[in-house]
Write a protein of this length. Structure first.
Length: 160
């Protein structure tokens, strides 16, 4: 039996990068690959192009790293608290900071692999590092600081 992606377990996630119900989004899928380590494979579409059509757009790369890491932070919080994903009060994190280093152009004609590692966890923030590779070559790295916010933060009336 295949594991269920983190994103498919989060309630009401319509995010462009990781929301499973956003038909126009990237709809990434992240899975555990060991303690504090998660993986994601994403197949770019031709319209995810940079200026040169053979390379993946840098903004898409940043979104992949951001969403994979924040989803991992949420999944880790559920694990740390020993709670199922469908428990009473959902856990939610947002991006506090995102730092990307582009190491080489990323080919658009093949899948990319993301590997995130949890560097530090605390009650309000999780720090993660991430590597994005294509055909075994590291193309970008990132660091994400994910900040825990109350579930009510997501409500339209209270988010402003």
């Amino acid at each position: 039996m295949e594991a269920t992606a983190f994103q498919d377990l989060f309630t009401g996630n319509f995010c462009f990068g990781c929301g499973p119900t956003n038909q126009d989004g990237l709809q990434i899928k992240s899975y555990w690959a060991g303690p504090g380590k998660s993986v994601c494979t994403f197949k770019p579409k031709p319209y995810h192009t940079a200026g040169p059509r053979q390379f993946l757009n840098g903004g898409i790369i940043a979104t992949l790293i951001d969403c994979h890491c924040v989803s991992t932070a949420i999944a880790q919080a559920y694990q740390d608290e020993g709670r199922p994903f469908d428990s009473a009060t959902p856990i939610w994190y947002v991006t506090g900071s995102l730092t990307i280093k582009y190491l080489r152009p990323t080919p658009i004609d093949r899948p990319v692999q993301l590997t995130a590692h949890i560097v530090e966890t605390g009650p309000k923030k999780t720090v993660l590092s991430c590597s994005l590779s294509s055909s075994g070559q590291e193309c970008a790295t990132g660091e994400v600081i994910a900040i825990r916010v109350p579930w009510s933060w997501r409500d339209e009336e209270t988010a402003g």
